[in-house]
Design a protein around this ligand. Structure first.
Ligand SMILES: [Mg+2]
Length: 276
């Protein structure tokens, strides 16, 4: 009887010990270093290889070209919410640059992470720019119809080595645009760090709207159309954007999509990547 009791108590202690051992936190293994392989990124691969990508951008630009006569003739029309009394101003369109005029896909596939603006700048010193399909034809059609063409990019101005130019990126962007067959100049290319502008782009759109009736906007990022799409507060924004607020903006301005606003695919980078 005593032997049975001792055996039972021993079993209970062993079981309790096993429970205590099982509930003790296991030592955590060292985290694996995060490696990113652009050759596995479906967004990059789609832009690089999918025939559908070209079909979509051509679709956007050809739809816009077909709408040029209507928006030119209707002098009450503006693609800038809030622009009024512009009947007597000459028409203009505003295009973003990266993934709207030139495709950065080869850079995205090749550059060593993390991203820096200097890496992008250096890449284009050595590599030819790739036009987004349809843009060259659209710009030619717009200019033929008497429409001014402005380019608004968030490439920043940064000093490069011992170059005295405070913004060599501006000439770099102009060179890239011209290399794909679109002539332009410093007055029609606007970077974020010029004047009192910022990355929200709205001030640069408003700057164009002072002298032109803005009939169309083009971009791959929600910020190419409306402000307050980022967590950082730029321009008129007082609260950080959220995934829900961004979705709400798309709904709020639903009448513009395909009707003055033409958005192109941007699966490789952009403000959306902060809201996953
Ligand atoms: Mg872009």
């Amino acid at each position: 009887m005593t032997a049975i009791r001792v055996s039972l108590i021993t079993t209970i202690f062993l079981a309790l010990g096993a429970c205590v051992y099982a509930s003790a936190p296991a030592p955590k293994p060292a985290p694996e270093p995060i490696t990113y392989d652009p050759q596995q990124d479906m967004g990059l691969l789609w832009v690089k290889h999918a025939a559908e990508y070209k079909a979509i951008t051509m679709q956007a630009y050809r739809s816009a070209a077909a709408a040029l006569p209507r928006f030119i003739a209707d002098t009450t029309w503006s693609a800038m919410p809030g622009q009024t009394d512009a009947e007597n101003l000459p028409p203009a369109v505003i295009l973003d640059v990266d993934e709207t005029v030139v495709s950065n896909v080869d850079f995205q596939l090749a550059f060593e992470r993390p991203f820096t603006n200097r890496k992008l700048y250096d890449f284009y010193r050595k590599h030819a720019a790739i036009p987004v399909a349809g843009v060259v034809e659209f710009v030619a059609a717009a200019r033929k119809a008497g429409v001014a063409v402005y380019f608004v990019t968030n490439r920043p101005c940064e000093l490069i080595d011992d170059d005295p130019d405070p913004c060599p990126q501006k000439l770099g962007v102009i060179d890239e645009i011209e290399s794909i067959g679109i002539s332009t100049d410093a007055a029609h290319v606007m970077l974020a760090d010029e004047n009192d502008w910022d990355r929200a782009k709205i001030r640069r759109r408003e700057y164009v709207a002072r002298t032109h009736r803005v009939i169309m906007l083009f971009g791959d990022d929600l910020g190419d159309f409306v402000p307050c799409v980022r967590t950082k507060l730029y321009g008129p924004c007082t609260t950080p954007a959220t995934k829900a607020s961004r979705a709400q903006l798309v709904e709020e301005y639903a009448d513009y999509w395909g009707n003055g606003w033409y958005i192109l695919p941007g699966p490789m980078h952009g403000s959306w990547t902060s809201f996953r």
